[in-house]
Design a protein around this ligand. Structure first.
Ligand code: SF4
Length: 280
């Protein structure tokens, strides 16, 4: 597996200074960034504690249990810029598809629609295409994530899409396939857009057996993780006793990542640092 950044690089990543053409400009840059960071920290996505479809397919029990128990964040390094960019692009995409309906006089696209694949885990699906009977999710990705999606389905994306698909079936709408549309967020052109699809049902309504199996597994896992989170909240279980699945793609963005904890036994999860630290 490729390593996007090492724990050392991660720890040296923040906080960086911003710059400007003069001392005043450099100070002003800090103030502008502060507004972005403050606003990002208050965004509903950051504050929400109920887990949506995008989080249920994460492989690491410890991360999901920690989120379910609303444990305090220990990762103060992860930069919110990709998520700010993603939020803005999602809003733009919703407008683009909604207005495409008007431009073409059709009711083809349904953007940003609430779905309930599971009563405890509702979510909002990016896009339903009534012509293709597909459920689409926009991912605005950097280069390394674009490369990964070209190779195959990351489990959490597939689970997220299956849950959205189930949500649409629950609304009585047909879903033939689920689709991830990966847009090259850091490239200069849209030419790198890559679409990956997955067959969802045999006839629009009857789930394929492999999808039933994966959804059942996820619901079982989610119930087990909820039970562990209740034990953590009751003080009967320490979060560091919950099984962890360190993964470079996940840990650096995990709210509980703190590589220093491999050495100081303080709060947080050492994540991938444990693998590279002799005593970890
Ligand atoms: S840092 Fe990594 S191993 Fe630890 S809880 Fe987060 S995802 Fe799991």
């Amino acid at each position: 597996m490729s390593t996007p950044i090492s724990p050392t690089e991660f720890m040296s990543a923040a906080p960086k200074s911003v710059s400007g053409s003069s001392p005043w400009a450099a100070r002003y840059a800090i103030e502008l960034r502060r507004v972005f960071l403050d606003h990002a920290a208050r965004a509903p996505r950051t504050l929400q504690q109920h887990l949506g479809p995008s989080e249920l397919g994460v492989e690491c029990d410890r991360q999901v249990v920690g989120k379910m128990a609303a444990l305090p964040t220990t990762n103060h390094v992860a930069d919110p810029w990709p998520s700010i960019r993603g939020t803005a692009l999602h809003a733009w995409a919703a407008d683009a598809f909604t207005e495409d309906n008007e431009r073409r006089g059709l009711l083809r696209w349904v953007a940003e629609n609430p779905v309930v694949p599971h009563p405890d885990h509702p979510g909002t699906s990016d896009l339903y295409d009534a012509v293709e009977q597909s459920v689409d999710d926009h991912k605005f990705l950097g280069e390394s994530s674009m490369a990964k999606i070209r190779k195959g389905w990351p489990r959490k994306y597939l689970v997220q899409l299956l849950l959205y698909g189930l949500g649409y079936l629950n609304l009585g709408l047909p879903v033939r396939r689920v689709v991830v549309a990966a847009y090259p967020a850091t490239a200069a052109s849209l030419d790198g857009l890559y679409v990956r699809d997955h067959e969802f049902t045999s006839d629009g309504y009857t789930l394929l057996p492999e999808n039933v199996d994966l959804l059942e597994l996820v619901f079982r896992q989610t119930a087990e993780r909820r039970a562990l989170a209740d034990q953590v909240l009751a003080g009967d279980l320490r979060i560091d006793a919950v099984n962890a699945s360190p993964d470079n793609d996940e840990c650096f963005f995990c709210p509980f990542y703190r590589p220093q904890s491999a050495k100081d036994s303080g709060p947080g999860c050492p994540g991938t640092a444990a693998a590279s630290t002799p005593n970890g």
